[in-house]
Design a binder for this molecule. Sequence first.
Ligand SMILES: [Zn+2]
Length: 423
Amino acid sequence: MNGQNWVISGARTAEGTPGDWYISDGHFVEEPASGGTRIDADGLMILPGLVDLHTHLREPGREDAETVRSGTLAAARGGFTCVHAMANTDPVTDTAEKAETIHDLGLRDGSAQVVVVGAITKNLEGRELAEMGLMASSRAGVRVFSDDGHCVMDALLMRRALEWVRPFGGLIAQHAQDSHLAGSGACAHESEISGRLGLGGWPAAAESVIVARDVQLAKLTGSKVHVYHVSTAESVEIIRWAKKQGIPVTAEATPHHLYLGTREIEGYDTTFKVNPPLRTDEHIEALRDGLADGTIDTVGTDHAPHAVQDKDHAFIDAKPGMLGLEQALAVVMEVMVAGGRMSWADLADRMSYAPARLGRVPGQGQPIRVGSAANFVLVDPTARAVVDRNRSASLSRNNPYHGRDLPDPVVATIWGGRLTYRR
Ligand SMILES: [Zn+2]
């Protein structure tokens, strides 16, 4: 895929460099090629294509909720040029063959690059390691492994997984949830609100005890741990400490944990049921601080589409998870950039450079300059709109931002020189 020739005139980079940008043969080039399509980008910014390390595409198994095609269209609308497809599909991505199937679906149907995440344990059961080496050497070239949706509870198995991937630089990404402290009935942040609503409490400590353990295992093995969807102040503090010790741990915050609080569930609206749960202001503030100072390395969407029949239940029975791809950039702009807490360059780092580096995805997460692959998003930093969940490329409607006034930044997304979205 070599894409089209483009001239993007007048766009400013995250670092503030204004200019005209020429794209030919899928790359930024020195001189305009003949016949390039011109986009007048005066007043717009040109950011590196966003990279998500944490996307549930639901194919195979739940094509009624999302497919590779619809999920990557949603990604393109959100400014993403690369998504990592989580392994908790049906069947689970736990063999080389299954990883290659998803990889090929991405090549066929993707409006963004689809990078396959492999399971750590067979069928996500937490008992036996999956074929991680074979997935890594397969055509899918798996580099990130996760049982997301489930925590790897067995510390010895977690140690073995870390040791196994170390020789090829694999990344073990953990869904940190002690399944005894926060069991199957736990569906709301343990607080006065969960008590009043009569919902099973999911205490903050159920996350941080696993984060603390995994930090020790990263130190023991010298292998990298990435903590998905960090949601508590204590986890941020532990990760900050671990980084100071030089322990190879990295972390993610989701847009919803940065923006939405546990009060959202007071009407029992299952759109706001998510795992880990939405928390209180002190936790939200700690996440924002952690993202600003680099303790938290990436924003990952945990885009989790669910069909209506899986959300249309009593709160305790509804599936956890919410959409994220289309509003992730808007939310980070709103809570981090608008208030001056983070620069545009930091945003480019947390949403593109860092996730591409952690996932080791060649050609993604590159600065906007001559020689880089033409993966980028044109952003209007001033546009705003009220989010309408019915105007979405996703097949699902569990959008927690519905009805909210937010930035509406994405003007166009270009992946490998090919236009994947234009407003
Ligand atoms: Zn998870």
